[in-house]
Design a protein around this ligand. Structure first.
Ligand code: ADP
Ligand code: MG
Length: 375
């Protein structure tokens, strides 16, 4: 078992609050990815879970036991560092054996575990080498091996792939996912790379300024971002975000802005400022469309050819809007186009708080009951 509960955890450094009152439940067997821009507090949070840094407030529980003031070496968690932190003067075999040696595990048991782990990670042929005789990818495996050799309750990893080249990173991503499945253990994994988060996580916690913006499966955070920040962080290019006003026209809730018109759903809404979001892959280059849905009048500024598809960088009013379009569609810089999206692809965020707005229970609602609810 390896469930981790974080309760109101904070860490201040003089005048910087690196982690600001974070609470979350990491379930046994989760591959939880702490994702966010540089400086948002990922490493600080991970180091507190590892016991390498003391919180200035809050509690950490491992399988229900308060470990907030338990020293690192007595916590049943193992950390894999970004720079691998291997002992340069020790062979790979001795590096792997080290965590067991300091815990005074018997020699034959240690040898058995080292062999097992080396086989699991396909590094048996490297046991006699020193770290400097290894490639980056091999060092990374040894670092992982050193963490799994004593079967801890949870593995903590801080950007373990960031020193690998792109191709090796892709391969190692899949190896780590596979390892997680085989070990069935809890992983807490720090990265600023959204692709790593989307591909490896069972759940993503997106951090911003020391706080949690959203926790959910990769699909949840991508498909229903809880805030403008989440919407603008995920996706490549990320979600298009435009200022708009929501109101009522006839019996329909509509949104409009500079170059933007959306007929949303039956009902009524008081006038309010919103941020309207739509993903580049959900925009279609089309002619005149009537009825519900989003329409934008756009000028194409430039085109990027990605081989399989193209990205058109457009301008709608004062806003920059990206469109991912299949290759055969001929788009030209300077062209004026109408971009459309179906209503279910339109996201609305509160104009002041940036939090997601949900339209509650649309089909059953009478038009006068209709309200935009903020959550
Ligand atoms: P991340 O890993 O997400 O890039 P960190 O957790 O390393 O972010 O840092 C979060 C914030 O805390 C940053 O503003 C950073 O400058 C600050 N910080 C981290 N460690 C220290 C420290 N030892 N002393 C002072 N400030 C720190
Ligand atoms: Mg960091």
């Amino acid at each position: 078992m390896g469930s981790i509960r974080i309760e109101g955890l904070s860490r201040k450094f003089k005048n910087v609050t690196a982690v600001d009152d974070i609470s979350m439940d990491i379930r046994d067997g989760d591959f939880l990815v702490l994702l966010g821009p540089s400086g948002c507090g990922k490493t600080t949070l991970l180091r507190m879970i590892a016991g390498l840094l003391e919180p200035t407030g809050g509690r950490i529980l491992l399988d229900g036991n308060d470990i907030t003031s338990t020293p690192a070496k007595r916590r049943d968690v193992a950390m894999v560092f970004q720079n691998y932190a291997l002992y340069p003067h020790l062979s790979v075999g001795k590096n792997l054996a080290f965590p067991l040696r300091i815990r005074k595990v018997a020699k034959d048991e240690t040898a058995r575990r080292v062999d097992e782990v080396a086989q699991q990670l396909d590094i048996s042929h490297l046991l006699d080498r020193k770290p400097k005789e290894l490639s980056g990818g091999q060092r990374q495996r040894v670092a992982v091996g050193r963490a799994i050799v004593r079967s801890p309750k949870a593995f903590l990893m801080d950007e373990p792939l960031s020193n690998l080249d792109a191709k090796l990173r892709t391969a190692t991503r899949r190896e780590l996912t596979d390892l997680h499945r085989r070990l069935g253990a809890t992983f807490v994994y720090v990265t600023h790379d959204q692709v790593e988060a989307m591909t490896m996580a069972t759940r993503i916690a997106l951090l911003n300024g020391g706080r949690v913006e959203q926790i959910g499966t990769p699909e949840q955070v991508y498909d229903t971002p809880a805030s403008v920040f989440v919407a603008g962080f995920l996706g490549s290019p990320p979600m298009n975000l435009l200022p708009a006003t929501v109101g009522t026209r006839g019996r329909t809730v509509v949104a409009s802005g500079d170059g933007v018109e959306a007929e949303l759903w039956p009902g009524q809404s008081p006038q309010r400022a919103v941020t309207l979001g739509v993903r580049p892959e959900h925009l279609q280059v089309a002619g005149i469309v009537t009825g519900t849905g989003l329409r934008m009048t756009a000028r194409v500024e430039s085109i990027e050819n990605l081989g399989s598809e193209q990205i058109a960088y457009c301008r709608v009013g004062d806003a920059a809007v990206c469109v991912r379009a299949p290759r055969p569609i001929a788009l030209l810089a300077g062209q004026d186009v109408t971009l459309t999206a179906p209503v279910e692809r339109v996201h609305l965020f509160d104009g002041d708080t940036g939090r997601r707005l949900e339209w509650l229970d649309v089909p059953e609602m009478t038009e006068f009951d209709a309200q935009l609810l903020s959550r």
